[in-house]
Design a protein. Structure first.
Length: 254
């Protein structure tokens, strides 16, 4: 089994340290590959919340700067990086405190998500999607993923992809009173998506309102989603599992 692990670390306002490790059996190595320059926002806003994804030998980077979302790629294991591309679209970007763009890659397809709204700052916001089918060289915007407008206004979400083209996006949702966990799933690298699915609602009325969820994909349709619950005043981490690509989930486990 061979796994690539990447770590993005901000160093100063515009520099990104990229660390890569390869795990194969019991062999483990880590290299500091480079410090990448990141483009600031159009108003000079500093880059924030960098995220990395790897597909094949290409490393993909997404980050926010002001209300702009940028993407870049390295095709030589981080030695050099392409010029950052500002993704199309406008709005107020949810950025900071674990809010910001997410990036995932499967084959030659790269996907970036972010929460933007006309007003932002929790007043409104949808999960926007951008998709590239040429390893991040060109991008196209897609309709937002939440099917109730502004229900993703908390700005906290997560995305993951697997080599077989499966993609999952989960977010904190406010379409009804109380915070719930919703998600969508794709089996064709983000070309089409499932309907919005309610993954969990707390019997206490709301899951934790300020902690972002995390989704991970495995082989043969396995999906795992971690989130912070809120039950009787206790806020603990819970896990949901699916063995059918997100069509159904097990009961939440503490």
């Amino acid at each position: 089994m061979r796994t690539t692990v990447c770590l993005a670390v901000m160093g100063g306002a515009r520099r990104l340290s990229y660390h890569s490790s390869m795990i194969e059996g019991v062999t483990f190595a880590i290299l500091l590959l480079m410090a990448a320059e990141m483009t600031p926002g159009p108003d000079g806003a500093p880059p924030r919340q960098p995220q990395l994804a790897v597909s094949g030998g290409t490393v993909h980077l997404a980050y926010g700067a002001g209300n702009a979302v940028f993407a870049s790629a390295s095709r030589d294991e981080g030695t050099t990086w392409s010029k950052a591309i500002r993704l199309p679209g406008d709005g107020v970007l949810s950025l900071g405190m674990r809010r910001g763009p997410r990036i995932a890659a499967t084959g030659r397809t790269v996907l970036v998500t972010a929460v933007l709204g006309a007003k932002g700052k929790g007043a409104d916001g949808d999960v926007r999607l951008w998709r590239s089918t040429d390893e991040g060289r060109t991008w196209a915007a897609a309709p937002h993923l939440n099917d109730v407008p502004d229900s993703a206004r908390e700005g906290l979400h997560s995305m993951a992809a697997s080599p077989d083209g499966s993609v999952a996006v989960v977010w904190l949702d406010l379409r009804k009173k109380g915070m719930r966990l919703y998600g969508v799933f794709s089996r064709d690298a983000g070309k089409t998506w499932s309907p919005n699915r309610l993954l969990y609602e707390s019997p206490g009325g709301s899951i934790c309102e300020c902690c972002h969820p995390t989704v991970a994909l495995g082989e043969k349709g396995r999906v795992a989603v971690m989130f912070r619950n809120s039950l009787a005043g206790n806020r603990d981490m819970y896990l949901l599992r699916s063995a059918d690509g997100g069509a159904t989930f097990s009961a939440a486990e503490k």
